[in-house]
Structures are given as C-alpha cells and as structure tokens.
Design a binder for this molecule. Sequence first.
Ligand SMILES: [Zn+2]
Ligand SMILES: [Zn+2]
Length: 338
Amino acid sequence: MTARIAPMDPPYAEEVKAALEKWMPPGSPMEPLRLFRTLERNHALADRLRGVGALFLGRHALTPPRLRELLILRTCARAGAEYEWGVHVTAFAAAVGLDDAAVRATAARSPGEARLDEGDDAMALRLADELHDDATVSPALWALLSARFGDEQLLEMIGVVGFYHLVSFTIQAAGVEREPWAARFPEARRSADATHRGSCLCGSIEYEVTGELGEFGYCHCTSCRKASGSAHAANAPIDRAAFRVVRGATCVREFESSPGKFRSFCARCGSPLYAYLAATKDVLRLRLGSLDTPFAGRAQAHTFVSDKAPWDAVEGDLPQFPGWAPKSVLEQRGSHQP
Ligand SMILES: [Zn+2]
Ligand SMILES: [Zn+2]
C-alpha cells in the first residue's frame, strides 16, 4: 500500500512534536506510528480521537484487556486493516494472554472459522462480526451479552468496535503503510484472495494480485525493448490496491525512465516487475513475464511496431499498429495512451 495521505515526517514543528509525543508512551524511543503521523494532518480531529482511544485502552476502561483486544483484532481483521491488526498483535497480544491460536482466530476469513471456545472470547468475536456485517446485534447474541455484561460495559464494547472501524477506514482509505516491526496477517489469510502470484528471477521479491488483470498487448517501443531486454513487453494494468508485495519489499527499486514514468525492478536480479505513471499512480502496469500462476489472457494487439527490432519478425493474426492501438482494440489503463 502506498500512502495517499503522507504521514508527517521529521523534523517536526514544535506543536506537531508535542502532539505526537502525546500519542506515544512517555519517553518512548520509537518513531511515532505512521497512523498517528497521518492523523496529525488534521490536528483537531486527531486530538479528539486520541482521547477516545485513551478511554478504551486506559485504566478506567470497563472491558478487560483480553476482551478489548479480541474486539479490536477481529474488527481490524474484518475491515482488512492489517496495519492496525499487526500493531495490536505485536504490542498487546502476549501481554493480555492471547496465544497464537487465539490471535489466528481473530484473522479467520469468515465468522464460522473464527470460533474460539465458548464464553467471553467467543462472544467478543461474534459481537465484532455482527456489528461489522449487520451494523447491529442479533437478539440471540444480545441475550447472551446482556446476561453477562452491564449496560455501561456493553456501550463501551460497541464503542470499541465502532472506533476501530474508524481507525481501519482511515488506514485503508489514507493508505497508511505497515510498520516494519508489526505482525502480519497469517499467510493463509493474506493469500486467500489472491488470483495471481509472481516473483522476480532471484526470488527475493514475491507479490500477489487480487482480481483480474486488464487487457494487454505486445509493446515494441524502444523503452519497452530496453526495459525488458527482449523484442517486446507484455504489460497488463492492475489497480495498485490489488497488488501486494508479500516478500522482499526492500528489494524493490524504481527507475524514472522519463519524467513521471517509474519502472520498478528487483535490486538484486534486475527483473522488471511493474511500471506506473505519477499522473495515474493508482494503476500499475504489471510485467506479465514475472507471473508464476497460470494466466489465460490473450494479447489484443502489437503496438509501436514502427519501433520494432529489425531482427524481430512480427507474425500472426494480431492487429499491428505503428503507435498506440485505438482503445476500441486495446485499452491501456495507466499509460499515456491518448
Ligand atoms: Zn530478484
Ligand atoms: Zn512500450
């Protein structure tokens, strides 16, 4: 995920520094979390949210920390906010007595798989699930909850689920990037939605894509020939939000091949992975040669054949165009196609 709203970066103005210090534990040597540095782009809002968060996590909270963390983890997992789920797992799970199985249950994909043993734990997960799915609580669950907890605590528990939806929405919509030290979703969950997987030649970088790849052609332009080291490139558009580097993010490098055009590749082996334009950076053009999973798509056209290598015999039935293909033949999202 790439940030849509950039977090504040040091050096901070005095008032920002003071605000960020309030978010972190006193005397913490850590850089303030990206979430806090993002929220502080709207200080008035951030200041009030911090108060609500402190109420839920502070010592006056009515909900025992273990239940609170189950509510938070399940809410963040259901909302897809791996950032916050991971921060809470790393910061709190062990301290509140959640073992690996309990943590994994919070990240199960469907409510049916999330069952913990009966009792308070299971009720907490169900509460988060029902509020997430239905924005209310079923009569059956309410009967269980109200037999166990008082009204004051129930309002707090509902508030925790609501608040962490707000946190999750902010993370997902603003594109807050993972903290490098935070736990990741279990592998099974991360990959369950993926429709395509790929990697670079040396294997340092692995990625996955959720959803379909867009239309593609064979581009014979000089840049694509050089960037691919071959007769042409085959690049399909995908939404950046659908793309995730699973492993080796630190190996991903970018080269600005012309103003505003970035090509990414593996720093170790040089495999091209994708390119994008700064002007349309939410669309990546994936290098299909890096795919490891089967892909049944067919090229729609040869483009920029006027640039083709003299040794390349462009044959076959696909239509050929000296420059861009018309959009009616091949729509190249995320490119300069006019
Ligand atoms: Zn590599
Ligand atoms: Zn090209």
